[in-house]
Design a protein around this ligand. Structure first.
Ligand code: AMP
Ligand code: ZN
Length: 114
């Protein structure tokens, strides 16, 4: 999508601190980290929100979870713990409308989230 920030990051048109990538996803550090480790994992394909996922995308979405697990290990937070969060729409605070998984760790977190 031409005007999407994360599509532009995925295409390399806007710089980001890339952590890892594969054919169909890319992971980069959040520009405003909310934890010592705060990484965003996004599919290269533009999907706006969790409401827009369709049957057939299970494997793609599953790969985001596998990426989160792998990156958590590499960041040294797999054992201490971490969160994998997808915000959907206004009440959840979604600000960028290209689906993304937040990988947060490196500190204790409260529950429920604010
Ligand atoms: P959400 O509120 O779930 O839509 O999260 C969007 C996230 O994108 C926020 O945590 C922002 O800090 C992050 N963000 C916005 N612009 C950039 C950027 N250019 N590079 C990296 N992260 C970004
Ligand atoms: Zn996009």
């Amino acid at each position: 999508m031409a005007e999407c920030l994360f599509c532009k990051i995925a295409a390399g048109e806007i710089p980001a601190e890339k952590v890892k990538e594969a054919d169909d996803w890319i992971a980069f550090r959040d520009i405003s980290p909310q934890a010592p480790t705060h990484i965003l994992i996004i599919p290269r394909e533009h999907i706006a929100t969790l409401n827009d996922i369709e049957v057939g995308k299970e494997a793609l979405l599953g790969k985001l979870f596998l990426a989160a697990k792998q990156i958590a290990g590499e960041e040294g937070i797999a054992e201490s713990g971490y969160r994998a969060v997808v915000n959907c729409n206004a009440d959840a605070g979604q600000a960028v409308f290209h689906i993304h998984m937040h990988l947060l760790g490196g500190r204790e977190m409260g529950w429920p989230p604010g």
